[in-house]
Design a protein around this ligand. Sequence first.
Ligand code: 5GP
Ligand code: MN
Length: 344
Amino acid sequence: MTQLFSKTKIKELLGLLNAGSNIAIVTHVNPDGDAIGSAIAWSNFLKEKGISSTIIVPNHFPDFLKWIKGSEDILVHFNQKDRCERILKQSDLLFCCDFNRLSRLDALGEFIETLDAKKVLIDHHIGVEEKDFSMVFSKVPISSTCEIVYRIIRQITGKKHVSPQIAEPLYAGIMTDTGAYTHSCSPELFRIVADLMESGISREKIHSEVYSSFSVNRMRLMGYCINRIEVLPEYRTAYISLTREELEKFQFEPGDTEGFVNIPLNIRDVVLSVFFTESREGFIKLSLRSVGEFSVDGMSRKYFNGGGHRNASGGKSFVSLDETVSFFKSILPEFKDELAAAEN
Ligand code: 5GP
Ligand code: MN
Protein backbone atom coordinates (compact mmCIF):
# COMPACT_ATOMS: atom_id res chain seq x y z
CA MET A 1 0.00 0.00 0.00
CA THR A 2 1.30 3.47 -0.90
CA GLN A 3 2.61 5.28 2.14
CA LEU A 4 0.79 8.61 2.25
CA PHE A 5 3.23 10.25 4.63
CA SER A 6 7.01 10.20 4.89
CA LYS A 7 8.78 8.16 7.57
CA THR A 8 10.17 11.38 9.02
CA LYS A 9 6.71 12.82 9.42
CA ILE A 10 5.39 9.69 11.12
CA LYS A 11 8.42 9.75 13.43
CA GLU A 12 7.73 13.38 14.25
CA LEU A 13 4.14 12.46 15.10
CA LEU A 14 5.27 9.60 17.33
CA GLY A 15 7.61 12.01 19.08
CA LEU A 16 4.58 14.07 20.11
CA LEU A 17 2.76 11.11 21.60
CA ASN A 18 3.68 10.42 25.15
CA ALA A 19 1.62 9.06 27.94
CA GLY A 20 1.95 12.15 30.09
CA SER A 21 0.48 14.54 27.53
CA ASN A 22 -2.94 16.05 27.85
CA ILE A 23 -4.54 15.28 24.53
CA ALA A 24 -7.80 16.52 23.08
CA ILE A 25 -9.37 15.62 19.76
CA VAL A 26 -11.71 18.08 18.04
CA THR A 27 -13.91 17.93 14.93
CA HIS A 28 -15.90 20.35 12.78
CA VAL A 29 -19.31 21.82 13.56
CA ASN A 30 -22.28 19.52 12.84
CA PRO A 31 -19.98 16.50 13.07
CA ASP A 32 -20.76 13.76 10.56
CA GLY A 33 -19.86 10.06 10.44
CA ASP A 34 -16.35 10.76 9.21
CA ALA A 35 -15.66 13.36 11.90
CA ILE A 36 -17.02 11.22 14.76
CA GLY A 37 -15.56 7.98 13.35
CA SER A 38 -12.06 9.38 12.85
CA ALA A 39 -12.01 11.04 16.28
CA ILE A 40 -13.14 7.88 18.11
CA ALA A 41 -10.82 5.60 16.14
CA TRP A 42 -7.83 7.86 16.78
CA SER A 43 -8.72 8.15 20.46
CA ASN A 44 -9.01 4.36 20.74
CA PHE A 45 -5.69 3.92 18.98
CA LEU A 46 -4.06 6.28 21.48
CA LYS A 47 -5.75 4.41 24.32
CA GLU A 48 -4.25 1.14 23.08
CA LYS A 49 -0.87 2.87 23.30
CA GLY A 50 -1.62 3.81 26.91
CA ILE A 51 -2.40 7.44 26.09
CA SER A 52 -5.71 8.94 27.13
CA SER A 53 -7.53 11.70 25.26
CA THR A 54 -10.81 13.60 25.32
CA ILE A 55 -12.99 14.16 22.26
CA ILE A 56 -14.67 17.56 22.07
CA VAL A 57 -17.10 18.55 19.30
CA PRO A 58 -18.55 22.03 18.70
CA ASN A 59 -22.22 20.99 18.75
CA HIS A 60 -24.60 18.02 18.77
CA PHE A 61 -24.05 15.05 16.47
CA PRO A 62 -26.71 12.84 14.91
CA ASP A 63 -28.41 10.01 16.81
CA PHE A 64 -27.51 7.54 14.06
CA LEU A 65 -23.88 7.74 15.24
CA LYS A 66 -24.59 7.24 18.93
CA TRP A 67 -24.30 3.44 18.80
CA ILE A 68 -20.52 3.77 18.21
CA LYS A 69 -18.72 2.68 21.37
CA GLY A 70 -16.95 5.68 22.82
CA SER A 71 -19.44 8.22 21.43
CA GLU A 72 -21.02 8.43 24.91
CA ASP A 73 -17.81 10.04 26.24
CA ILE A 74 -17.75 12.82 23.64
CA LEU A 75 -18.11 16.30 25.13
CA VAL A 76 -20.19 18.90 23.32
CA HIS A 77 -18.81 22.44 23.59
CA PHE A 78 -22.22 24.02 22.97
CA ASN A 79 -23.66 22.19 26.01
CA GLN A 80 -20.64 22.22 28.33
CA LYS A 81 -18.65 25.27 27.37
CA ASP A 82 -16.75 25.78 30.63
CA ARG A 83 -15.81 22.14 31.09
CA CYS A 84 -14.63 21.82 27.48
CA GLU A 85 -12.60 25.02 27.63
CA ARG A 86 -10.98 23.98 30.91
CA ILE A 87 -9.87 20.70 29.34
CA LEU A 88 -8.65 22.42 26.19
CA LYS A 89 -6.66 24.98 28.19
CA GLN A 90 -4.82 22.13 29.90
CA SER A 91 -4.09 20.31 26.65
CA ASP A 92 -0.63 20.34 25.18
CA LEU A 93 -1.62 18.45 22.05
CA LEU A 94 -4.75 18.82 19.94
CA PHE A 95 -5.75 16.53 17.11
CA CYS A 96 -8.01 18.21 14.58
CA CYS A 97 -10.11 15.72 12.63
CA ASP A 98 -11.96 16.25 9.36
CA PHE A 99 -11.72 19.99 8.75
CA ASN A 100 -9.32 22.32 7.01
CA ARG A 101 -9.46 25.56 9.01
CA LEU A 102 -10.34 26.49 12.58
CA SER A 103 -13.21 28.69 11.40
CA ARG A 104 -15.04 25.40 10.66
CA LEU A 105 -15.46 25.04 14.44
CA ASP A 106 -17.30 28.34 14.91
CA ALA A 107 -17.02 29.55 18.54
CA LEU A 108 -14.93 26.54 19.56
CA GLY A 109 -12.46 27.39 16.77
CA GLU A 110 -12.12 30.95 18.01
CA PHE A 111 -11.28 29.61 21.47
CA ILE A 112 -8.78 27.06 20.12
CA GLU A 113 -7.03 29.77 18.14
CA THR A 114 -5.96 31.39 21.42
CA LEU A 115 -4.33 28.19 22.76
CA ASP A 116 -0.63 27.39 22.68
CA ALA A 117 -1.17 23.63 22.31
CA LYS A 118 0.34 21.93 19.26
CA LYS A 119 -2.39 21.38 16.70
CA VAL A 120 -2.10 18.35 14.44
CA LEU A 121 -4.49 18.22 11.51
CA ILE A 122 -5.81 14.92 10.10
CA ASP A 123 -8.06 15.73 7.14
CA HIS A 124 -8.97 15.31 3.47
CA HIS A 125 -10.59 18.62 2.48
CA ILE A 126 -9.33 21.01 -0.21
CA GLY A 127 -7.57 24.21 0.91
CA VAL A 128 -5.92 23.63 4.28
CA GLU A 129 -5.30 26.85 6.22
CA GLU A 130 -1.69 26.00 7.10
CA LYS A 131 -1.30 28.80 9.65
CA ASP A 132 -4.00 27.24 11.84
CA PHE A 133 -1.97 24.05 12.45
CA SER A 134 1.48 22.98 13.67
CA MET A 135 1.51 19.78 11.66
CA VAL A 136 -0.67 18.63 8.77
CA PHE A 137 -1.67 15.11 7.70
CA SER A 138 -3.94 15.90 4.79
CA LYS A 139 -4.37 14.36 1.35
CA VAL A 140 -6.91 15.20 -1.30
CA PRO A 141 -8.64 13.23 -2.82
CA ILE A 142 -8.55 10.47 -0.19
CA SER A 143 -12.09 9.18 0.48
CA SER A 144 -12.34 10.22 4.09
CA THR A 145 -10.49 11.31 7.20
CA CYS A 146 -11.12 7.79 8.49
CA GLU A 147 -9.11 6.37 5.58
CA ILE A 148 -6.28 8.76 6.48
CA VAL A 149 -6.43 7.70 10.14
CA TYR A 150 -6.27 4.04 9.07
CA ARG A 151 -3.26 4.72 6.86
CA ILE A 152 -1.43 6.64 9.60
CA ILE A 153 -2.08 3.80 12.08
CA ARG A 154 -0.87 1.28 9.51
CA GLN A 155 2.28 3.28 8.89
CA ILE A 156 2.89 3.34 12.64
CA THR A 157 2.16 -0.31 13.42
CA GLY A 158 3.08 -1.89 10.08
CA LYS A 159 0.00 -4.13 10.47
CA LYS A 160 -3.04 -4.26 8.23
CA HIS A 161 -5.45 -5.32 10.95
CA VAL A 162 -6.63 -3.11 13.79
CA SER A 163 -8.75 -3.86 16.84
CA PRO A 164 -12.56 -3.91 16.39
CA GLN A 165 -12.70 -0.77 18.58
CA ILE A 166 -10.73 1.03 15.88
CA ALA A 167 -12.18 -0.79 12.85
CA GLU A 168 -15.83 -0.12 13.67
CA PRO A 169 -15.71 3.70 13.82
CA LEU A 170 -13.36 3.78 10.81
CA TYR A 171 -15.74 1.64 8.78
CA ALA A 172 -18.69 3.87 9.76
CA GLY A 173 -16.82 7.01 8.69
CA ILE A 174 -15.66 5.58 5.38
CA MET A 175 -19.12 4.24 4.60
CA THR A 176 -20.88 7.53 5.31
CA ASP A 177 -18.32 9.79 3.60
CA THR A 178 -18.40 7.73 0.40
CA GLY A 179 -22.21 7.59 0.34
CA ALA A 180 -22.03 3.84 1.04
CA TYR A 181 -19.27 3.36 -1.54
CA THR A 182 -20.75 5.40 -4.37
CA HIS A 183 -17.99 8.02 -4.70
CA SER A 184 -14.30 8.67 -3.90
CA CYS A 185 -13.59 4.92 -3.81
CA SER A 186 -10.17 3.82 -5.01
CA PRO A 187 -9.15 0.17 -5.37
CA GLU A 188 -6.88 0.81 -2.39
CA LEU A 189 -9.88 1.86 -0.31
CA PHE A 190 -11.59 -1.45 -0.98
CA ARG A 191 -8.44 -3.24 0.20
CA ILE A 192 -8.59 -1.19 3.39
CA VAL A 193 -12.27 -2.00 3.83
CA ALA A 194 -11.42 -5.69 3.45
CA ASP A 195 -8.77 -5.32 6.15
CA LEU A 196 -11.30 -3.62 8.42
CA MET A 197 -13.80 -6.43 7.84
CA GLU A 198 -11.15 -8.97 8.77
CA SER A 199 -10.53 -7.00 11.94
CA GLY A 200 -13.75 -8.44 13.32
CA ILE A 201 -16.62 -6.07 12.65
CA SER A 202 -20.15 -6.65 11.41
CA ARG A 203 -20.68 -4.71 8.21
CA GLU A 204 -24.41 -5.46 8.31
CA LYS A 205 -24.74 -4.15 11.85
CA ILE A 206 -22.98 -0.87 11.02
CA HIS A 207 -25.03 -0.38 7.86
CA SER A 208 -28.27 -1.01 9.70
CA GLU A 209 -27.37 1.24 12.67
CA VAL A 210 -26.57 4.14 10.34
CA TYR A 211 -29.05 3.79 7.49
CA SER A 212 -31.99 1.83 8.88
CA SER A 213 -32.56 3.79 12.04
CA PHE A 214 -34.95 6.49 10.83
CA SER A 215 -37.54 7.83 13.23
CA VAL A 216 -41.02 8.00 11.69
CA ASN A 217 -40.70 11.80 11.65
CA ARG A 218 -37.45 11.63 9.75
CA MET A 219 -38.94 9.28 7.17
CA ARG A 220 -41.93 11.60 6.70
CA LEU A 221 -39.59 14.60 6.43
CA MET A 222 -37.74 12.75 3.67
CA GLY A 223 -41.01 12.21 1.82
CA TYR A 224 -41.82 15.89 2.24
CA CYS A 225 -38.40 16.88 0.88
CA ILE A 226 -38.85 14.67 -2.17
CA ASN A 227 -42.12 16.44 -2.87
CA ARG A 228 -40.42 19.81 -2.49
CA ILE A 229 -37.69 19.18 -5.09
CA GLU A 230 -37.50 21.95 -7.66
CA VAL A 231 -35.84 21.03 -10.94
CA LEU A 232 -34.17 23.51 -13.26
CA PRO A 233 -33.57 21.34 -16.35
CA GLU A 234 -31.82 24.17 -18.24
CA TYR A 235 -29.04 24.05 -15.64
CA ARG A 236 -29.25 20.30 -14.86
CA THR A 237 -29.88 21.47 -11.30
CA ALA A 238 -32.35 20.54 -8.57
CA TYR A 239 -32.80 22.05 -5.14
CA ILE A 240 -34.83 21.73 -1.96
CA SER A 241 -35.44 24.56 0.49
CA LEU A 242 -36.91 24.23 3.96
CA THR A 243 -37.92 26.89 6.46
CA ARG A 244 -37.45 26.43 10.19
CA GLU A 245 -41.22 26.11 10.48
CA GLU A 246 -41.32 23.23 8.02
CA LEU A 247 -38.51 21.47 9.90
CA GLU A 248 -40.28 21.94 13.22
CA LYS A 249 -43.45 20.36 11.79
CA PHE A 250 -41.47 17.12 11.63
CA GLN A 251 -39.94 17.61 15.08
CA PHE A 252 -36.59 17.94 13.41
CA GLU A 253 -33.57 16.52 15.23
CA PRO A 254 -29.96 17.29 14.29
CA GLY A 255 -28.88 14.95 11.51
CA ASP A 256 -32.42 14.28 10.28
CA THR A 257 -31.76 15.81 6.86
CA GLU A 258 -28.33 14.17 6.53
CA GLY A 259 -27.97 12.70 3.05
CA PHE A 260 -31.20 14.19 1.67
CA VAL A 261 -29.19 16.50 -0.60
CA ASN A 262 -28.12 13.43 -2.56
CA ILE A 263 -31.67 12.40 -3.46
CA PRO A 264 -32.21 14.85 -6.38
CA LEU A 265 -29.01 13.53 -8.01
CA ASN A 266 -31.01 10.39 -8.77
CA ILE A 267 -33.05 12.37 -11.29
CA ARG A 268 -31.84 11.70 -14.83
CA ASP A 269 -29.55 14.48 -16.10
CA VAL A 270 -29.34 16.32 -12.77
CA VAL A 271 -25.68 17.01 -11.93
CA LEU A 272 -26.05 19.67 -9.23
CA SER A 273 -28.19 19.45 -6.11
CA VAL A 274 -28.48 22.04 -3.37
CA PHE A 275 -30.30 21.77 -0.06
CA PHE A 276 -31.14 25.03 1.73
CA THR A 277 -32.30 25.09 5.36
CA GLU A 278 -32.88 27.82 7.89
CA SER A 279 -30.48 26.98 10.71
CA ARG A 280 -31.31 27.40 14.40
CA GLU A 281 -28.66 30.10 14.56
CA GLY A 282 -30.49 32.18 11.95
CA PHE A 283 -28.32 31.85 8.86
CA ILE A 284 -29.12 29.72 5.82
CA LYS A 285 -27.18 26.47 5.67
CA LEU A 286 -26.41 25.11 2.22
CA SER A 287 -25.40 21.58 1.32
CA LEU A 288 -24.18 21.18 -2.21
CA ARG A 289 -23.52 18.00 -4.19
CA SER A 290 -22.47 17.44 -7.78
CA VAL A 291 -21.47 14.62 -10.03
CA GLY A 292 -18.57 14.55 -12.46
CA GLU A 293 -16.26 17.46 -13.07
CA PHE A 294 -18.52 20.21 -11.78
CA SER A 295 -17.03 21.66 -8.60
CA VAL A 296 -19.41 22.67 -5.83
CA ASP A 297 -16.34 23.56 -3.79
CA GLY A 298 -15.60 26.31 -6.33
CA MET A 299 -19.20 27.53 -6.31
CA SER A 300 -19.46 27.56 -2.53
CA ARG A 301 -16.13 29.28 -2.00
CA LYS A 302 -17.02 31.99 -4.47
CA TYR A 303 -20.61 32.66 -3.41
CA PHE A 304 -21.55 30.88 -0.19
CA ASN A 305 -18.76 31.36 2.38
CA GLY A 306 -17.93 27.67 2.35
CA GLY A 307 -16.27 24.85 0.48
CA GLY A 308 -15.37 21.23 1.09
CA HIS A 309 -14.78 18.78 -1.73
CA ARG A 310 -15.27 18.99 -5.49
CA ASN A 311 -18.51 16.98 -5.33
CA ALA A 312 -19.65 17.65 -1.75
CA SER A 313 -19.52 21.01 -0.03
CA GLY A 314 -21.27 23.15 2.51
CA GLY A 315 -21.90 26.84 2.73
CA LYS A 316 -23.69 29.64 4.55
CA SER A 317 -25.78 32.60 3.50
CA PHE A 318 -26.74 35.54 5.68
CA VAL A 319 -29.80 36.79 3.83
CA SER A 320 -33.29 35.24 4.00
CA LEU A 321 -34.13 31.81 2.62
CA ASP A 322 -36.06 33.28 -0.34
CA GLU A 323 -33.28 35.74 -1.10
CA THR A 324 -30.69 32.97 -0.90
CA VAL A 325 -32.61 30.77 -3.34
CA SER A 326 -33.13 33.72 -5.73
CA PHE A 327 -29.45 34.58 -5.51
CA PHE A 328 -28.53 30.96 -6.21
CA LYS A 329 -30.74 30.97 -9.31
CA SER A 330 -29.21 34.27 -10.43
CA ILE A 331 -25.66 32.85 -10.46
CA LEU A 332 -26.55 29.68 -12.40
CA PRO A 333 -26.10 31.23 -15.88
CA GLU A 334 -22.40 31.73 -15.01
CA PHE A 335 -22.09 27.94 -14.58
CA LYS A 336 -24.36 26.89 -17.45
CA ASP A 337 -21.61 25.68 -19.79
CA GLU A 338 -19.80 23.78 -17.05
CA LEU A 339 -23.06 22.15 -15.94
CA ALA A 340 -23.91 21.23 -19.52
CA ALA A 341 -20.49 19.59 -19.91
CA ALA A 342 -20.56 17.66 -16.62
CA GLU A 343 -20.66 13.92 -17.11
CA ASN A 344 -23.01 11.91 -15.04
P1 5GP B 1 -22.42 19.07 4.31
O1 5GP B 1 -23.22 19.41 3.10
O2 5GP B 1 -22.59 17.64 4.68
O3 5GP B 1 -22.59 20.03 5.43
O4 5GP B 1 -20.90 19.24 3.90
C1 5GP B 1 -20.33 18.53 2.84
C2 5GP B 1 -18.85 18.49 2.97
O5 5GP B 1 -18.30 19.80 2.92
C3 5GP B 1 -18.37 17.89 4.30
O6 5GP B 1 -17.18 17.18 4.04
C4 5GP B 1 -18.09 19.11 5.15
O7 5GP B 1 -17.09 18.83 6.09
C5 5GP B 1 -17.63 20.13 4.12
N1 5GP B 1 -18.06 21.48 4.48
C6 5GP B 1 -19.29 21.86 4.89
N2 5GP B 1 -19.32 23.19 5.11
C7 5GP B 1 -18.09 23.67 4.83
C8 5GP B 1 -17.50 24.96 4.88
O8 5GP B 1 -18.12 25.96 5.22
N3 5GP B 1 -16.18 25.03 4.52
C9 5GP B 1 -15.46 23.94 4.15
N4 5GP B 1 -14.18 24.09 3.80
N5 5GP B 1 -15.99 22.71 4.10
C10 5GP B 1 -17.28 22.56 4.43
MN1 MN C 1 -14.88 13.78 5.75
